[in-house]
Design a binder for this molecule. Structure first.
Ligand SMILES: *[C@@H]1O[C@H](CO)[C@@H](O)[C@H](O)[C@H]1NC(C)=O
Length: 286
């Protein structure tokens, strides 16, 4: 009974996928189809028929997964619920990255904290191998109580980071002014839960309480409205997706500024001690 009904499901799923792909490459995610668990020796688990993925971390190892597809531009959403309670020293990383020494990368990293103390949302952008563009935020909710949506909008002009639909950060294409922008290398989605006790919580002063292990972070509702890279070309959704031609309009910029005023706790562009010879170029023009 169980076998025959799941076989029927699989057939239905396959035929609906074929129909879908005629219209759009965008896919509402199923973790079995879209991701591979890449490490952690059984600590990462896909549950609920592919609707939920959990990562776990204990003293011996963390765990991680990556997307099967590589993407070159898109709007990519994932819902995360982070390690609750005393999560000090744990890091849940969720990011896009290409490969090779001059790789591009767009990062969300969630730095755990002692019970009752807030998480830090750490973000970064690497372009052609160069990062050092950290901005950190506190969140306006407890990210361990419920799932929240973390999104990246990425096209040839702009990268925008969103939390529950609120834009929190942008990185603009300033190639004309000499700042490399990630736009030629396809990226995979990666995520991991790992031990960052050497630096993650108050600069490494607060260590992980391993008596509370294993730690868990959960993922659901993956959605990639994105161009999928295949054999040297990028196949984009057929309709006019609103993310494709998105630029940084005045309203979005104003919104980002007001969110940053309230919630940004670190900005590389204001860390003068770190850049004694002058700020990175994009800080002076963006
Ligand atoms: C942890 O909590 C402290 C105290 O509220 C806060 O200053 C810090 O930014 C939080 N995050 C990390 C990663 O230490």
């Amino acid at each position: 009974m169980a076998i025959s009904s799941s076989a029927t499901m699989a057939v239905a799923l396959t035929s609906s996928l074929v129909v879908c792909s005629l219209f759009s490459i965008a896919s509402a995610g199923n973790f079995y189809q879209d991701f591979d668990i890449t490490w952690g020796d059984g600590r990462a688990k896909i549950l609920n028929g592919g609707q939920l993925l959990t990562l776990s971390l204990d003293k011996a190892s963390g765990s991680g997964f990556q997307s099967r597809n590589e993407y070159l531009f898109g709007k990519i959403d994932m819902q995360l619920k982070l390690v609750p309670g005393n999560s000090a020293g744990t890091v849940t990383a969720y990011y896009l990255s290409s490969q090779g020494p001059s790789h591009d990368e767009i990062d969300f990293e969630f730095l755990g904290n002692l019970s009752g103390d807030p998480y830090t949302l750490h973000t970064n952008v690497f372009s052609q191998g160069k990062g050092n563009r950290e901005q950190q935020f506190k969140l306006w909710f407890d990210p361990t109580k419920d799932f929240h949506t973390y999104s990246i909008l990425w096209n040839a002009q702009i990268i925008i980071f969103y939390v529950d639909g609120t834009p929190i950060r942008y990185f603009r294409n300033n190639e004309a002014k000499g700042v490399p922008f990630p736009k030629n290398q396809p990226m995979r989605i990666y995520s991991s839960l790992w031990n960052g006790e050497a630096w993650a919580t108050r600069g490494g002063l607060v260590k992980t309480d391993w008596s509370k292990a294993p730690f868990f972070s959960s993922f659901r509702n993956f959605n990639a409205d994105a161009c999928v890279w295949s054999r040297g070309t990028s196949r984009c959704p057929s309709g006019k997706a609103s993310w494709m031609n998105r630029v940084l309009d005045a309203a979005t910029l104003a919104r980002i500024k007001s969110v940053q005023n309230k919630y940004m706790i670190y900005n590389y562009c204001s860390d003068a001690r770190r850049f004694p010879k002058g700020f990175p170029l994009e800080c002076t023009i963006a």
